[in-house]
Design a protein around this ligand. Structure first.
Ligand code: AP5
Ligand code: MG
Length: 217
């Protein structure tokens, strides 16, 4: 299956993508993760992207499209993929169509993970990533056993540079202004499925699997 995840920062796109890829033969394609990798590697693209990411603004369409175009041609995506954080505005959505058509692919479903704004700040300020497993954790919400498992494996709980209150505020504004119009865009195209993103990550996952018509594992 080829899926697009829409949702505000902190709605659970990455968390749910990690679960889907563990249970089904799909690959997660997160433009945020690809950009953070480029920043860490110190590539010219990464240096250009960093200022925008630190400010909570979108990186230019050209940069993001180049990353996506390169990945979408790759044979490892044959089992399906989840686009996590892309497209992020209407022009990216329009640019995606011909890129997919070139490789004879199309999107099967667009899922909006719907979460109230007041919950997002707590999720984002509490987010940590395990340095060993890459698992997304949360100091407010993750079971202690999951946090201990990371620490006992010798991992550290890393915090993202853009998970501070000021940048989060800006990311939420950018989401409302630039990304939210995609909800209507995909609704008109008859592709949108809405999943309630509140409750535990397990509850959201069950709703998601159901909305996608997949068989729970
Ligand atoms: P990106 O990395 O895409 O960040 P984002 O959209 O702001 O989304 P997040 O990753 O913050 O949230 P998420 O929905 O994945 O939530 P998660 O599952 O981690 O983008 C970062 C930046 O890169 C952008 O600002 C921009 O500059 C640039 N960029 C990226 N793509 C771009 C594009 N296409 N065009 C231009 N620029 C682009 O969950 C959050 C926390 O909540 C975690 O701690 C998790 O454990 C916890 N959690 C999740 N679900 C639950 C639950 N049900 N209950 C309790 N806690 C939960
Ligand atoms: Mg994410």
């Amino acid at each position: 299956m080829r899926i697009v995840f829409l949702g505000a920062p902190g709605s659970g796109k990455g968390t749910q993508a990690q679960r889907l890829t563990a249970d089904f033969s799909m690959v997660q394609l997160s433009t945020g993760d690809l950009l953070r990798e480029a920043v860490r590697a110190g590539t010219p693209l990464g240096l250009q992207a960093k200022k925008r990411m630190d400010a909570g603004e979108l990186v230019s369409d050209d940069i993001v499209l180049a990353l996506i175009r390169e990945k979408l041609g790759s044979p490892e995506l044959r089992g399906g993929f989840i686009l996590d954080g892309f497209p992020r505005n209407v022009s990216q959505a329009q640019a995606l169509e011909p890129v997919l058509a070139e490789t004879g692919q199309r999107i099967d479903a667009v899922v909006l993970i719907d979460v109230d704004l007041d919950i997002l700040m707590k999720r984002l300020t509490g987010r940590r990533t395990c340095s060993v497993t890459g698992k997304l954790l949360n100091i407010h919400f993750s079971p202690q056993a999951e946090i201990d498992a990371c620490l006992q494996a010798g991992g550290e709980l890393l915090q993202r540079a853009d998970d501070n209150e000021q940048t989060i505020g800006n990311r939420l504004r950018v989401y409302r202004e630039q990304t939210e119009p995609l909800v209507q865009h995909y609704q008109r195209a008859g592709q949108l499925r809405v999943v309630d993103g509140e409750g535990t990550a397990d509850e959201v996952y069950a709703r998601l699997v159901n909305a996608l018509g997949l068989r729970a594992k």
